[in-house]
Design a protein around this ligand. Structure first.
Ligand SMILES: [Fe+2]
Ligand SMILES: [Fe+2]
Length: 411
């Protein structure tokens, strides 16, 4: 089948997606009018008992931490606020419209978990940097990959075949482009336009894999927030994997949002719990997420010449991967450095001394050496020096990068 035919088939499937329930447009109109009250929102919600019951269940979920059980929809609107309710209605209704047909697909389930994890990350980032309203960031995160959800819903086998060719060195959107002649940002924006969802959400979906953030307005902030949330969700391992381009760009987004490492670390620390709460909110079961965290069983030694600012995000991620991480400014400081230790070299001030130190360590028989570096344009997100065996991974690395390095050093 030619790309053209595949593209037309996908467009046809998207055009035939059922519309969102009427109530979504009505709630959007009311909340955008600027003159509506919580009572107006509650009145419209009350007309659809099924959705009202779902919103009530969501309002009582641990995500909102409401002390006393909310039993009336009017109370839910007052407690959560009209904007939060509006976004919940969008979240619940989009999920219902797109989730049902593909629910049995494992890729579909993973993508939903990823969407939920990005929503949770966006919510946490928004609250930390004071983005208002945080619910907008939440719903933008939830919908950002809706184009991929449509692809996997309608063409699960084709999606799998595209995914098989993915190794994070090429960008996933390029593979989608060569298979369907369009990528998930275009497909997703089309869906949201057909559903007449707010333009701010359509733009985020359309632009979330752009190379750079343009402008400094609220839209640019929301876009940067979603791009960073996307990578943080990958960082804790919820997604297919992340390309070098996205990893590099996420660091630029963090700088754009003026979000220092020390601000990202608490987001990452609470992300797992927030993901679980969001999953409960949407009634998504995930046994893997519910697993208690295992105590660390391996040691990582983090060598950084940057005394002022140890990479807290990285240390947290290492803990997630089962490592107890010790932070030092020189390998001589590490207690009984052993050949079993994973040695992470992070010399943010200069890349070449890091590589030199890595080579010396490799020559001394330390086989598990990883260098954190900036991944240059056009390069794969991870590289391995064929002579020394030293692995180079992005500075804002993910659980996937650590797992890759572990596999490589064992080979
Ligand atoms: Fe995406
Ligand atoms: Fe994503």
């Amino acid at each position: 089948m030619s790309t053209n035919v595949k593209s037309l088939a996908l467009i046809d499937q998207i055009e035939n997606l059922p519309p969102l329930p009427n109530i979504v447009q009505r709630i959007l109109e009311i909340t955008e009018s600027g003159t509506s009250s919580a009572r107006d929102v509650a009145r419209v919600l009350g007309e659809d008992q099924i959705i009202a019951a779902k919103i009530l269940r969501v309002a009582n979920s641990p995500f909102f931490g409401v002390q006393r059980r909310v039993t009336q929809i009017s109370r839910a609107v007052v407690v959560l606020g009209s904007i939060a309710v509006r976004n919940l209605v969008i979240g619940v209704c989009t999920r219902e419209t797109l989730a049902a047909p593909g629910q049995q697909q494992p890729d579909h389930a993973l993508l939903w978990r990823h969407s939920i994890a990005v929503a949770a990350a966006c919510d946490l980032i928004a609250r930390r940097i004071g983005y208002d309203p945080p619910e907008e960031a939440f719903v933008a995160g939830l919908l950002h990959d809706i184009g991929q959800l449509a692809m996997v819903t309608f063409q699960p086998e084709a999606f799998r075949s595209v995914l098989v060719g993915y190794d994070a060195s090429e960008h996933f959107v390029q593979l989608e482009q060569s298979y369907w002649g369009q990528d998930h940002t275009q497909v997703g924006a089309k869906i949201l336009e057909n559903w007449k969802l707010p333009d701010v959400l359509c733009r985020v979906v359309r632009e979330h894999h752009r190379q750079a953030i343009q402008g400094t307005d609220d839209h640019a902030r929301l876009l940067a927030l979603v791009m960073l949330g996307d990578v943080l969700a990958h960082a804790v391992g919820v997604g297919f994997d992340v390309s070098a381009r996205d990893s590099r760009r996420a660091r630029a987004c963090a700088r754009f949002l003026k979000m220092a490492d020390s601000q990202q670390a608490p987001v990452l620390a609470s992300l797992q719990l927030r993901i679980q709460e969001t999953m409960q909110m949407f009634d998504v079961a995930d046994a893997r997420m519910a697993e208690p965290e295992r105590p660390p069983s391996k040691r990582a030694v983090w060598v950084s010449d940057d005394k002022a600012e140890p990479n807290e995000v990285g240390l947290l991620l290492l803990e997630r991967c089962g490592y107890e991480a010790q932070s030092v400014t020189s390998t001589t400081q590490a207690d009984d450095l052993s050949h079993d230790d994973l040695i992470i070299i992070d010399h943010p001030k200069g890349a070449s001394p890091a590589t030199e130190l890595a080579r010396e360590l490799a020559e001394d028989g330390f086989g598990k050496v990883v260098v954190l570096g900036e991944v240059p344009e056009g390069m794969s997100s991870r590289q391995r020096d064929s002579k020394t065996g030293v692995c180079i991974i992005p500075r804002l690395f993910t659980v996937f990068d650590i797992k890759w390095a572990e596999r490589k050093v064992q080979q």
